[in-house]
Ligand binder design. Structure first.
Ligand code: TYD
Ligand code: MG
Length: 474
């Protein structure tokens, strides 16, 4: 009998090495390498057997009958927005998120909603017992929905069961990390097992035409635990996020073969499960601190939808040798850049101050268009000058201190107007284009102009004198 070849596989990135080591050379994670059986892996790939002679197949022209990917709307509009109009038949979707964020809740709601429209929906839990899933469904008021349930972890058994009767429309596997397949000898939860199970389920989806949703856990640094490889295998990867104590949750597409990746779905976690939030701007602005310095409303765009959020800054004299720079919900390096531009081109000296920046409500913004709002909040806090409560800001700050125009100005302004805002600080080049918005527009050509405008209104003499002196210098 052949010697059992052991290999060592990183449980974070899937890299294979010949010996155990404390740190993975490929991804740099510590303590993630585990022993796995290479023979098992090889069996998965179909080895040992004599090479099979290939079977010719027919090739097709590109311009064939292009039938639109048939969609299955989940009935939850925010979910469908993210997937691009519903689940695609025969596709596999991976939903990742921190433990306790609400993945199981969201998917049982989606399964129930789909089942109520007449499709066969199956929910397989590898983590909870049937009774626990039932209890949750009862609390969510979904007990009457014709969802078929099972608590199972063997992929072969699951696929055999799914193959019986009418082809299911939707199959939820909660979670892929708990599944195991006979094809692989490694322990459940290892990369090889997860990959093998995912492969088998993907094959089932393609063959049967059922939409399969895999739930994946996320590690503390935000990656879907274990196999990033699964992300490459599936058709779409959605991430379900939320910030600690905040009630709302955001569903975001990271990869999508059949739709956009920049749309977000916004939900609120309530006692009765996840509720859709149709107008997120209202939610993110609901507890605004009107009239206090250091807050600016950013008119942003998430996907195709405008979204207003409040950016909050606190600039306070530091007691540390190296002042603190902390940011929540935005990019640390963009904050550093805005601070550097303020310092280099606007004479705002921040080296003696701690700087904190927070995006209210726990949203994470990625747009560079938030630069102007962040800068406004920072300067407002520094000079203790509240910004006009009815103003929104957007624009990208370039390293020269100029404000560059950003996409979709009109949509941003329309949303601001809808929510009762009266004026907007926009990049100067975008002012003409935005003229018919109905808001009072202030075109900002350079960051220095904005700084001067805010500092004028400030009540803190120190920075103001500093700012004025800096302006005099130029
Ligand atoms: P769950 O869906 O089990 O999370 P996951 O599958 O991502 O681990 O959600 C668990 C959390 O959701 C739990 O901390 C309580 C909260 N929750 C509510 O607030 N209301 C509800 O109706 C339900 C079902 C859960
Ligand atoms: Mg769960």
């Amino acid at each position: 009998m052949a010697r059992r070849a052991l290999t060592f596989v990183c449980q974070n990135c899937g890299a294979v090495s010949g010996r155990w080591q404390g740190k993975c050379d490929a991804c740099g994670e510590w303590n993630t390498i585990a022993e796995e059986n290479a023979a098992a892996e090889a069996r998965l790939a179909g080895p040992g057997r004599p090479p099979r002679k290939g079977r010719p197949f027919a090739l097709e022209p590109l311009a064939g009958e292009a039938h639109d990917a048939p969609r299955l709307p989940s009935g939850i509009a925010e979910f469908d927005r993210v997937t691009g109009g519903g689940f695609v038949r025969g596709s596999v979707l991976l939903v990742g998120g921190d433990p306790g964020i609400g993945k199981s809740t969201l998917l049982i709601q989606a399964a129930a909603s789909l089942a109520r429209t007449g499709g066969r929906a199956i929910y397989i839990s590898g983590e909870e017992a049937v009774a626990q899933v039932r209890l949750r469904a009862e609390r969510l008021g979904l007990a009457s929905a014709p969802v078929e349930l099972a608590a199972e972890t063997s992929v072969e058994d699951i696929i055999a069961t799914l193959g019986q009767g009418k082809t299911p429309r939707l199959v939820v596997i909660d979670s892929i990390q708990t599944m195991w397949t006979d094809m692989v000898e490694s322990a459940p939860g290892t990369v090889t097992q997860v990959r093998g199970s995912a492969q088998a389920l993907i094959r089932f989806a393609k063959r049967s035409g059922a939409a399969v949703i895999l739930v994946g856990h996320v590690t503390k640094d935000g990656q879907i635990a274990g196999p990033r490889v699964v992300e490459h295998m599936v058709d779409a990867v959605l991430s379900f996020e939320g910030e600690g104590a905040h009630q709302f949750r955001i569903l975001r597409a990271i990869k999508n073969r059949f739709g956009p990746t920049d749309e977000i779905g916004v939900f609120e976690m309530t006692g009765g499960g996840l509720c859709e939030v149709a107008n997120p701007s209202e939610l993110f602005l609901s507890e605004r601190d009107l009239g206090s310095p250091g807050t600016a409303v950013f008119a942003g765009i998430e996907g195709s939808r405008p979204l207003l959020v409040e950016m909050q800054a606190l600039v306070a004299p530091t007691t540390l040798g190296t002042p603190r720079r902390a940011v929540v919900g935005w990019d640390q390096s963009r904050l550093s850049m805005v601070l550097a531009v303020l310092e280099a081109h606007c004479g705002v000296k921040l080296s003696g101050y701690d700087v904190y920046l927070n995006v209210a409500g726990g949203l994470r913004i990625q747009e560079p268009a938030a630069d102007l709002a962040a800068a406004a909040a920072l300067v407002s806090s520094l000079s203790n000058a509240p910004l006009p409560a009815d103003a929104v800001f957007f624009g990208e700050v370039s390293l020269s201190g100029a404000i560059r125009p950003v996409a979709q100005s009109a949509a941003r302004l329309k949303e601001a107007q809808k929510l009762g805002f009266g004026r907007a600080y926009v990049p100067e080049p975008a002012r003409a284009e935005a003229a018919e918005s109905g808001l009072a527009l202030t075109g900002v050509g350079g960051l220095a102009d904005l700084v001067a405008d805010i500092a004028q209104r400030g009540s803190r003499p120190g920075p103001r004198a500093e700012l004025r002196a800096a302006r005099g210098d130029r």
